[in-house]
Design a protein around this ligand. Structure first.
Ligand code: GAR
Length: 190
């Protein structure tokens, strides 16, 4: 059984979807939820759900958290995690960290491009499609190898809120099964 930690900084809707998806899986299970934000909605969302929630401060507890993760889980799934993953983390979890980005990388990615900011940038760009990118994580924002992309049509200049709705529905449909496929491919090397 592959053990997963889900890292989230926000409302945690993707984190919960991942948790539920793997609840009945024989391949993997979500062992813990990790957040850098003591006020994150993800903490409330998991109230009453039997799992470990770890709140940490990336500026002071990074290496201790890395040690805890390394002893307890095999892979990290980022789900709205807004901090850069440091180099010692990507070394230890080499090729074992996956992220979901709410646009079609390499467009609309990089530092500061997260959540609603991404949808605003897509809207202002006049693009006629957006979507999600599931990619591996290295020590640079949004630059790891792309595992899968899923697209949705949009109108040029479509309202960011509408783009977000479409993208969020792609996330809920595709992140967990894509992560499961990827984990399946990893199991020989774990
Ligand atoms: C999701 O849309 C996710 O793709 C995005 O943050 C949102 C988190 O929502 N991630 C990024 O922008 C990463 N650069 P959630 O907290 O409801 O899952």
């Amino acid at each position: 059984m592959v053990k997963i930690a889900v890292l989230a900084s926000g409302s945690g809707s993707n984190a919960l979807k991942l948790f539920r998806y793997f609840e009945n899986s024989r391949l993997a299970r979500v062992e813990m939820i990790v957040t850098n934000n003591p006020k994150a909605g993800v903490i409330d969302r998991f109230q009453g759900i039997k799992t470990t929630i770890l709140v940490f401060n990336p500026s002071t507890d990074s290496s201790q958290t890395l040690e805890a993760l390394n002893s307890r889980v095999d892979v990290l799934l980022l789900a709205g995690y807004m901090r850069l993953i440091p180099k010692d983390w990507t070394n230890i979890f080499h090729n074992r960290i996956l992220n979901i980005h709410p646009a079609l990388l390499p467009k609309h990615g990089g530092k500061g491009m997260y959540g609603k900011r991404v949808h605003k940038a897509v809207s202002e760009s006049g693009d006629v499609e957006s979507g999600i990118t599931v990619h591996m994580v290295n020590e640079r924002y949004d630059e790891g190898a792309i595992i899968a992309q899923f697209k949705v049509q949009i109108e040029p200049g479509e309202a960011p809120g509408l783009i977000e709705q479409k993208v969020r529905s792609l996330e809920k449909e595709h992140y967990a099964p894509t992560a499961a496929q990827w984990i399946m491919g990893l199991t020989s090397s774990l």
